[in-house]
Design a binder for this molecule. Structure first.
Ligand SMILES: NC(=O)c1ccc[n+]([C@@H]2O[C@H](COP(=O)([O-])OP(=O)(O)OC[C@H]3O[C@@H](n4cnc5c(N)ncnc54)[C@H](OP(=O)(O)O)[C@@H]3O)[C@@H](O)[C@H]2O)c1
Length: 208
């Protein structure tokens, strides 16, 4: 059993991560901006803003892992810096950091990334680039045990199969030509990584 604080626990992906981690017997604390609005399972809930390094340090203290599932456009780029600043306040006691990333920076061909598709809506491309900025920043961080998990291009509702493939920097495309993963299986992959670290200090991706 490990102790995990999940920032963004009220979000679509955050709720699923909490459910998966609890089902496996881990000790989970939900971190949300407004505990009164928390709609997840009955569990420990702490207030915290990911953009405040002192909040990050407070909720991460004593945990084995801090998971960030925050979203909202640019927030992910700023969150990466704040998460690192907060964890650095804990020095050697800083827990492992797992960050929910984006698919935009994954390669679809030599030098071509998902976000190069000009047919994508502009707000989505901006969010993809914010995730890219977060990853680029984390890649400069050598003093913390961080991992980013980029989903397949489509992160959909659907069944938890427990089956998935992983890759590193290339978009995973299934036999049906689609790049997809359910949120439930994404959560399985992230908790698997948490239990058995294979991607310390790097990004990996998951899809069918
Ligand atoms: N294929 C892909 O690449 C793909 C697909 C889907 C999602 N994603 C990424 O996955 C992440 C999560 O997505 P989602 O669908 O779960 O988003 P969501 O449902 O909108 O949830 C985002 C959560 O972030 C929290 N949050 C925002 N700003 C915060 C702050 N300053 N401090 C603390 N918490 C904050 C919100 O908390 P409150 O409850 O306090 O508002 C909310 O619960 C996003 O970064 C998104 O870009 C990637």
């Amino acid at each position: 059993m490990v102790s995990i604080a999940v920032v963004g626990a009220n979000g679509n992906i955050g709720r699923c991560l909490v459910t998966e981690a609890l089902a496996r017997g881990h000790l989970v604390t939900a971190v949300v901006r407004d505990p009164d609005r928390y709609q997840g399972l009955a569990m420990d809930v702490l207030p915290g803003d990911v953009l405040e390094p002192e909040d990050v340090a407070r909720v991460a203290a004593g945990q084995d892992a801090l998971v960030s599932a925050v979203g909202g456009g640019r927030v992910v780029a700023e969150a990466a810096r704040s998460l690192v600043a907060g964890l650095r306040e804990l020095d050697d006691a800083a827990p492992r950091l797992l960050v929910v990333g984006g698919a935009g920076s994954l390669l679809v061909g030599p030098g071509v990334r998902v976000w190069d598709d000009l047919g994508l809506p502009a707000p989505l491309r901006r969010t993809m680039h914010a995730h890219g900025e977060a990853l680029e920043y984390l890649e400069t961080v050598a003093d913390l045990a961080w991992t980013v998990l980029s989903p397949a291009e489509l992160l959909e509702p659907g069944a938890r199969t427990g089956r998935y493939r992983t890759g590193t920097d290339h978009l995973l495309v299934g036999p049906d030509g689609r790049s997809r993963i359910t949120v439930a299986d994404y959560a399985v992959a992230l908790v698997d990584e948490l239990e058995n670290p294979r991607h310390l200090g790097e990004r990996f991706t998951v899809g069918y």
